[in-house]
Design a protein around this ligand. Structure first.
Ligand code: UDX
Length: 481
């Protein structure tokens, strides 16, 4: 099999499918990327991937190329894994990479093959790809299928080898059989580990929609809890406790209910916009109008950090927002989430840039994302280390929940900072420990001054705000119904 496009998605898939035992060829137009992969270097941060890449290169199951002719000749199943970024100046998806990948490949095909789309695309794309194939590889028996991926950065190897489900849109038995053969390795691994991987075989439109619907749901869940955070901030509630309390209901569940600076990355923000744009084209714009609100709630979280910083530092308001002239701020985190070096649409980096634009002296530190952050925001100052960022800062903003920040010793950091003032933009720090070490701590989604008396607010022993547990009666009261 081949993987056309060896960015984050394609490279991970190529390596993992070689690991499953398939003969794999990875293609990309980017010569430097192909050279790096061939030399055993993963050009992005993904735990565990380098080792698998090197092992499979050495085993001879995995190669990389920049030649469409070689790719067409090599594969029976070709996975299209190119990017579908937000269109410049619009909200829809830019399909130009899909178009050039499919036409480039199709023009070189000489025998029946299956082209499987993996890229996240607007519904209707698979049919359009079929028409492209019919035009550029007529009469060869080349067919199309669509199989969305659900991998999360930072745990992508696991997500490919042990997926939560396999979804495939196919139009013929032959295509179904080839897709099945291409996923045998995953199903056999699951069987060996006594697991089941559900397989949903469906039509093109449903397969395409599954991906954007899943991302829309996840984005909505995050914005829901961030909307609750906004209410908690004015009502004096605590969103972290609220999330835990509602999350105990299995119908709601406790995952993706972490309030903070909101979602970023290369998928959720652009996917919910592209989904709305496509629904509008199809005449169902009304149905997805709520996703606009999801986006707005998410954007407001970034502004909230600036507002809170201004309030804590006593900075004056200006016509375009608060003015931070002269304030020294440490921003901890640049990536859109931990265990990734991806800074695309990262709340942390955007907030750092906004603080700097408003006059603050900002120093950013991130354990893995500094090179990408420096490319995206060359005007920002970057610190060598966590300590270097915090030294002499009047305010510390923790905006990505890296373990290095969560486990840092607040007493030691307190001695480095000029003022022990911290905004926990991910509600990820041990508030009690930081407060005990002398820090003035502010999470997002609470108004600490208004909290009810300690002892009556704590839900249980590991209350993240560190308050004492609720006094328990000696005998259990009979539940009143
Ligand atoms: C997402 C989907 O999870 C994945 O299935 C899809 O294939 C691609 O898009 P990813 O972009 O890697 O994956 O990130 P994810 O782990 O979903 O996190 C997205 C953003 O939401 C991050 O910025 C994260 O910090 C934020 N987030 C997540 C929250 O703010 N709160 C939460 O509770 C969970």
């Amino acid at each position: 099999m081949t993987f056309v496009g060896t960015g984050y998605l394609g490279a991970t898939y190529a390596v993992c499918f070689a690991e499953l035992g398939y003969e794999v060829l990875g293609f990309d137009v980017d010569v430097a990327r192909i050279a790096a992969l061939t030399a055993g270097t993963v050009p992005f941060h993904e735990p565990g991937l380098t080792e698998l890449l090197r092992r499979n290169l050495a085993a001879g199951r995995l190669r990389f190329t920049t030649s469409y002719a070689e790719t067409a000749d090599f594969g029976d199943v070709h996975f299209v894994c190119v990017g579908t970024p937000q269109r410049p100046g619009g909200t829809g998806a830019d399909l130009s990479y899909v178009e050039s990948a499919v036409t480039g490949l199709a023009a070189h095909l000489t025998r029946p093959a299956l082209i499987v789309g993996k890229s996240t695309v607007p519904v209707g794309t698979a049919e359009w790809v079929e028409r492209l194939v019919a035009k550029h590889a007529p009469g060869l028996g080349v067919q199309v299928a669509w199989s969305p991926e659900f991998l999360q950065e930072g745990r992508a190897v696991q997500d490919v080898l042990r997926p939560s489900r396999i979804v495939v849109g196919v139009r013929s038995e032959w295509a179904g059989a080839l897709v099945d053969a291409a996923h045998r390795g995953i199903l056999e691994l699951a069987a060996a580990e006594d697991r089941e991987v559900p397989v949903v075989v469906t039509d093109f439109a449903t397969a395409e929609l599954v991906k954007v619907a899943a991302n829309a749901f996840l984005a909505t869940k995050i914005s829901f809890i961030n909307a609750m955070a906004e209410v908690c901030e004015v009502a004096g509630g605590d969103v972290t406790q609220l999330a835990r309390a509602i999350g105990y209901d299995p119908r709601i569940g406790n995952r993706f209910l972490q309030a903070g600076v909101g979602f970023g990355g290369g998928c959720l923000p652009k996917d919910i916009r592209a989904f709305q744009a496509r629904a509008q084209e199809l005449g169902a714009g009304e149905a997805l109008r709520f996703l606009h609100e999801v986006d707005l709630i998410n954007q407001r979280r970034r502004g909230k950090v600036l507002q809170l910083a201004a309030e804590l530092l006593g900075c004056p308001p200006g016509p375009g927002g608060p003015q931070f002239a002269g304030a020294r701020v440490a921003v901890l985190g640049a990536t859109f989430k931990p265990h990734s070096d991806d800074v695309r649409d990262a709340p942390a980096l955007q907030i750092a840039a906004a603080l700097a634009r408003a006059g603050a002296g900002v120093r950013v530190y991130d354990p893995a994302g500094m090179a990408n952050a420096a490319l995206a925001q060359p005007g920002l100052r970057f610190a060598e280390s966590l300590d270097d960022a915090v030294r002499d800062a009047e305010l510390v903003c923790v905006l990505t929940e890296w373990p290095e920040f969560r486990t840092a010793d607040p007493a030691r950091l307190g001695r480095l900072a000029a003022t022990p003032l911290v905004i926990d933009g991910r509600n990820c720090l041990d508030a009690a420990a930081w407060t005990a070490a002398g820090w003035r701590y502010r999470g997002l989604g609470s108004r600490p001054a208004d909290r009810a008396p300690a002892g009556w607010t704590a839900l249980d022993q590991d209350d993240p705000a560190g308050r004492p547990p609720l006094p328990r009666p000696a005998t259990r009261p009979v539940a009143a119904r």
